[in-house]
Write a protein that binds this ligand. Structure first.
Ligand code: TEU
Length: 539
């Protein structure tokens, strides 16, 4: 396995609009990120991923771009951006940006031209189709709307959108468009960024056969279509190979076999990926299936390609709420999940606030929410005549706003996030859960992450070690080894609210490296407390 800096790295994701507000307008911003860089650096992370801050009408929180070369006013300006990358590099960290090139905003000048007439020179930069029998070309849904087709009355055709109506998809078949995107990528790389997180990058190629889907709700037809690998190879040839950067593709709807096609080192496409088998299959943790997924990805990519490890991000409910215990065992559970993510094979990601064990949120009314995915879903279901309360309840757990509430810096007003009115309410639990309290407590979740990251720096086994699941059929205990050269680590996790027992047969000569419980010398080592995590070195 080739050694690479991005395999050894730990990535910290900053959703800047909810991170820190430097000017009191209620939105986090780039200068706010600069102010908190020492906090991030202290954790020990190597790379920062910034969510999109390009110019945008902001219907989908920056994922609807109207100018790839401009900075959204809420975020700051180009001077703030330049200062930010300088400050990140000064501290010995790297920075990757979101690349959103599956779609633009409907306010992007390209789309405004494209929709101006059927024979406009940019018509073909987007995907336009004639109606079929007086209606949409087929029954396909989009992520955020009941149809992926939107009627344009003025020019008498439908345009295609994988996400919201305001996010028309670009037509990657058009070579001129592709060159324009590559030029834009070079612009940012030449400014000194260290790579890209590529938004839904496996959606670029569209299915040619437009016949109806048997089950339109399974929207996997939007992704992995013929031609996708040609585009990514071209992007690599034209742009990426000329820079020492990391790329991580957001790649939904793939098995390990298909995933490998994107990250196989010999294929020259992407470095790593986020797959969504865990997120898409399990609203809450299904331990047995989770283990199966880990093993199959490890076996599938082994020696050939590289994985990522994450349980939450700006789209997915905070991990301690969704996959752990955010009540009685919140701290232990947050630490256990951390220990797991940082000892499984792949590059680990930390989503801002995860390092202090921030939780999901429950607001009283749909009006307190902002997420376009959630709101569109709510409106669609209520329009069908369903009870609004019932619809509301049913979409709470997976609302993307669970992860988008402001970073909790302190117990003061608005959790120390802003001097103004935050764009989204703070989670009411900020008095108890905040960064200030975490930094003052040597036993906090924050310092547990710090230790894990330090361990990764000192022990190649955590990065390059082979992985073996020792108890694939146990629903509570997750026990596995990582081995590299002569070193073997044993990881024992009790992901349960009850005690569990593990007999260390065959692991007699062991040394405890890290645990999330203060253990008493006399205690029976075979008994694991609720949500206890231990990392051992085996001699
Ligand atoms: O997300 C794509 C998306 O919908 C993921 O949330 C989903 O979890 C994944 O595809 C698995 O099904 C990206 C951005 O992260 C999101 O914030 C944007 O809204 C979306 O693309 C559109 O740009």
């Amino acid at each position: 396995m080739n050694k690479k800096w991005w395999k050894e790295a730990v990535v910290y994701q900053i959703y800047w609009r909810s991170f820190f507000d430097s000017d009191g307008d209620g939105y986090g911003d780039l200068r706010g990120v600069i102010k908190k860089l020492d906090y991030v650096k202290k954790l020990g992370v190597d790379v920062i991923w910034l969510n999109p801050f390009y110019q945008s009408p902001d219907r989908d929180n920056g994922y609807d771009i109207s100018d790839y070369y401009g900075i959204m006013e809420k975020a700051g300006d180009m001077a703030a951006f330049d200062e930010l990358i300088h400050e990140i590099h000064q501290r010995g960290m790297k920075v990757i940006m979101d690349l959103v090139v599956n779609h633009t905003s409907d306010q992007h000048p390209w789309f405004m031209e494209s929709r101006s007439s059927q024979n406009n020179s940019k018509r073909d930069w987007y995907i336009w189709k004639d109606p079929k029998d007086g209606r949409e070309p087929n029954n396909w849904r989009s992520y955020f709307a009941p149809s992926c087709w939107e009627w344009d009355k003025a020019t008498g055709q439908y345009y295609y959108h994988s996400f919201a109506v305001e996010q028309p998809d670009l037509n990657w078949e058009n070579p001129e468009l592709r060159q324009e995107i590559y030029k834009m990528m070079r612009f940012w790389l030449d400014k000194g960024i260290d790579g890209f997180r590529m938004d839904v990058i496996n959606l670029l190629a569209k299915k040619e056969d437009l016949s109806d889907a048997e089950n339109p709700y399974n929207i996997s037809y939007l992704a992995n279509n013929p031609g996708i690998h040609d585009y990514l190879k071209e992007m690599h040839r034209e742009v990426l190979q000329h820079y020492d950067v990391m790329t991580v593709g957001e790649i939904p709807f793939v098995s390990p076999e298909e995933g490998l096609l994107y990250v196989d080192e010999s294929r020259n496409e992407l470095n790593t990926l986020f797959h969504f088998q865990v997120a898409d299959e399990m609203p809450v943790l299904d331990m047995l299936r989770f283990k199966e997924i880990q093993t199959s990805w490890h076996e599938g990519l082994k020696q050939k390609g590289w994985n990522s490890q994450f349980l939450n991000n700006h789209d997915h409910t905070r991990q301690v709420t969704r996959y752990g215990n955010d009540g009685q065992y919140r701290i232990q559970s947050a630490k256990l999940l951390a220990a797991m993510i940082h000892t499984l094979p792949g590059t680990p990601y930390i989503y801002q606030g995860e390092e202090i064990g921030m939780t999901g949120v429950r607001f009283d009314s749909i009006n307190d929410y902002n997420d376009i995915a959630m709101k569109n879903k709510y409106n669609e279901e209520v329009a069908k005549g369903r009870d609004p309360e019932e619809v509301f309840e049913s979409i709470l757990l997976l609302s993307r706003d669970n992860s988008r509430t402001p970073m909790q810096w302190s117990s003061s007003s608005q959790a120390g996030f802003t001097a103004g009115e935050p764009w989204i309410k703070v989670n009411p639990n900020f008095k108890e859960i905040n960064a200030k309290a975490a930094l003052e407590d040597s036993d906090s979740v924050y310092y547990f992450y710090q230790k894990l990251i330090e361990l990764r720096k000192q022990n190649e086994v955590m990065v390059y070690g082979d992985y073996k699941d020792l108890l694939p059929d146990d629903e509570h205990l997750y026990v596995y080894t990582r081995s590299y050269n002569d070193v073997t680590w044993l990881i024992v996790l009790n992901h349960d609210d009850e005690q569990q027992r593990f007999t260390f047969n065959g692991f007699n000569n062991r040394k405890l490296i890290l645990t999330n419980y203060k253990r008493d010398f006399e205690e029976n080592e075979e008994v694991l407390h609720p949500h206890e995590a231990r990392i051992y070195k085996i001699n």
